[in-house]
Design a binder for this molecule. Structure first.
Ligand code: ADP
Ligand code: MG
Length: 249
């Protein structure tokens, strides 16, 4: 198993947001987390990332066989955890190019620069775009593409995407999906060594990204788990409310 979450409970400022969350994700699997606004999807994402203010009061998170429940965020990232935020901050004074340089896995300077420019092109960014300050004045689609470009350079093994499709037009959802599939090695014939957790509110992106498992989070609990197609069909027919009585788990 790449990621094992057992009996997780999380509090923010003294308020319990997540309760009894169990989630197991192995290499080659792409899990989708669905749920209404306020269900706790981003809270789970930020708890796995280890951000401050997300206090784990019960349970544990094991990543690559190591207990990371109390590990600082930067160490989790060094262990191959990658993320895209729902609303990443703008960073005035830091060029996207410089950020990419710092997070790149590549050691040789010339190769690094070539790779950054090549990967930038696959995300429809030219050289002058890479010289702009991170996210400052970027459109919704550009922000999401910039987040993915950072992952392409970072080459993580387990990747979490928090609503990569929110606020993005249909054309860009297809481009983003293609890159997500590439990052998760869904486009390769042999079994992927990567895994992903994709959070989506609407599920439209699942027309393009190959998901292997789906879960519905309701009121801080995983109410239902199953095959993505079946879960999506049920949600379309009965809304998220129908998941409360579902016993597919
Ligand atoms: P989702 O991503 O599923 O829409 P969130 O995880 O963002 O849901 O939020 C779950 C609950 O936690 C909501 O009730 C939200 O108001 C609360 N919450 C999230 N972040 C904070 C915070 N920083 N301070 C207080 N409450 C928060
Ligand atoms: Mg959210």
């Amino acid at each position: 198993m790449l990621l094992e979450i057992t009996d997780l409970a999380v509090e923010i400022k003294g308020k319990e947001i997540l309760k009894d969350v169990d989630l197991y994700i192995d290499k080659g699997e792409n899990h989708v987390l669905l749920g209404p606004n306020g269900a706790g999807k981003s809270t789970l994402f930020k708890s796995i990332l280890g951000l401050p203010n997300y206090k784990i009061t019960r349970g544990e998170i094991i990543y690559k066989g190591q207990n990371i429940t109390d590990m600082p965020t930067d160490e989790r990232i060094s262990k191959g955890l990658g993320v895209t935020f729902q609303n990443p901050p703008s960073i005035r004074g830091v060029k996207l190019e410089n950020l990419l340089n710092i997070i790149s896995k590549e050691e040789k300077e010339e190769v690094k620069e070539l790779e950054i420019n090549e990967l930038g092109k696959t995300m429809n960014f030219d050289k002058s775009f890479l010289e702009r300050d991170v996210n400052v004045g970027f459109s919704g689609g550009e922000v999401k593409r910039s987040e993915l470009l950072q992952l392409l350079v970072q080459k993580p093994d387990f990747i979490m995407f928090d609503e990569p499709d929110s606020g993005v037009d249909i054309e860009n959802v297809e481009l983003i999906s293609k890159e997500i599939n590439k990052l998760l090695e869904n486009d390769k014939k042999e079994k992927s060594t990567k895994a992903g957790l994709l959070i989506t509110h609407l599920g439209y992106i699942l027309n393009f990204v190959n998901a292997t498992h789906a879960h519905v989070l309701l009121n801080g609990r995983i109410a239902c788990s199953g095959k993505p197609n079946e879960i999506i069909d049920d949600v379309r027919k009965q809304g998220f409310g129908g998941c409360a009585t579902c016993n597919q788990k």
